[in-house]
Ligand binder design. Structure first.
Ligand SMILES: [Zn+2]
Length: 295
């Protein structure tokens, strides 16, 4: 919130915020009433499915009303509280590889994609290309509207998948690639730049808060070579991966490329958190620890 305000100031936007607490607002079901100068304003909130749980079970404690001069819109931010969940002290590390084709592939061998993500993406990409080529004013307007629709669609997919992942039994830590530094170089050759950067980050944010609500954590690993390295022998060849197939030139290991990557992410995380030379520590995660690491 504070970071956002600063960023807006840099852009020359002014934000005006009114803070509400339990004395100046009431929430009854989906109706929110805020005290304003001389009157009370009632809003009916349209709560998406994935927030219903928080909306109904958590303690509603405050709201902030802001006006953005830039977009000429009022925004209400709702603040909910809940007791800190008990930390899970047992469970395994699950490697999660993010992609656009399969939104999240796990080291358990699951490929998660929104049921019709791919068909949608193809259609959007096709339409966008056509509109961009056109370049007229109405084409630009339609392009803008479409990007909003596409974003909402991806957000729903990210919500569903992060919810499913966070609910997995027996998992304590979700290991993800740290894409902050190399996102552009590695990913965008194949993936669409515009959509991938925020979509991956969004999945990360959703998974983080949903996992934390269940007493779990999200950890990060260096993203280099996770897709080229063999998850069995850890040898790396740039030719190991061919589209969605992974075939190790050294040991012959075959797997789906995204699953192989997620296994590397899991192993890298375990290795990075295991003190070197600590056999006792390593034996806890024995099934996952690789014997050699050429990376
Ligand atoms: Zn191999």
């Amino acid at each position: 919130m504070r970071g956002q305000a600063r960023a807006d100031e840099r852009r020359g936007w002014r934000r005006y915020a009114l803070r509400y607490d339990k004395r100046t607002m009431t929430k009854r079901g989906q109706q929110l009433t805020l005290s304003c100068i001389g009157k009370r304003v009632s809003l009916i909130l349209d709560v998406p499915d994935y927030f219903k749980e928080i909306f109904e079970d958590w303690d509603f404690c405050a709201a902030t009303l802001t006006y953005s001069k830039h977009s000429k819109q009022f925004w209400v931010r709702l603040v909910f509280e809940t007791d800190e969940p008990p930390q899970q002290d047992e469970g395994k590390v699950l490697g999660v590889d993010r992609g656009l084709y399969h939104i999240a592939s796990t080291s358990d061998g699951q490929l998660n994609s929104g049921s019709n993500v791919r068909a949608n993406q193809r259609r959007y990409l096709y339409n966008r290309k056509k509109l961009q080529q056109k370049g007229t004013r109405s084409a630009k307007r339609r392009l803008k509207a479409m990007s909003g629709k596409e974003k909402r669609f991806m957000r729903d997919c990210n919500h569903c998948i992060s919810k499913k992942l966070a609910a997995l039994n027996g998992v304590k830590i979700y290991a993800l690639e740290d894409l902050s530094g190399i996102r552009n170089q590695r990913r965008n050759k194949k993936l669409n730049k515009w959509i991938s950067s925020w979509s991956f980050y969004q999945l990360e944010q959703f998974l983080t808060y949903k996992a934390e609500a269940k007493g779990k954590q999200v950890g990060y690993v260096d993203a280099r070579y996770t897709s080229q390295k063999c998850s069995r022998c850890k040898q790396r060849h740039s030719t190991n991966r061919h589209k969605s197939r992974f075939h190790c030139k050294t040991c012959g290991f075959k797997a789906h490329a995204d699953i192989n990557a997620s296994m590397n992410i899991r192993d890298d995380y375990i290795l990075s958190t295991t003190p070197s030379g600590s056999v006792e520590q390593a034996s806890v995660n024995a099934p996952y620890v690789s014997t050699r690491d050429s990376g």
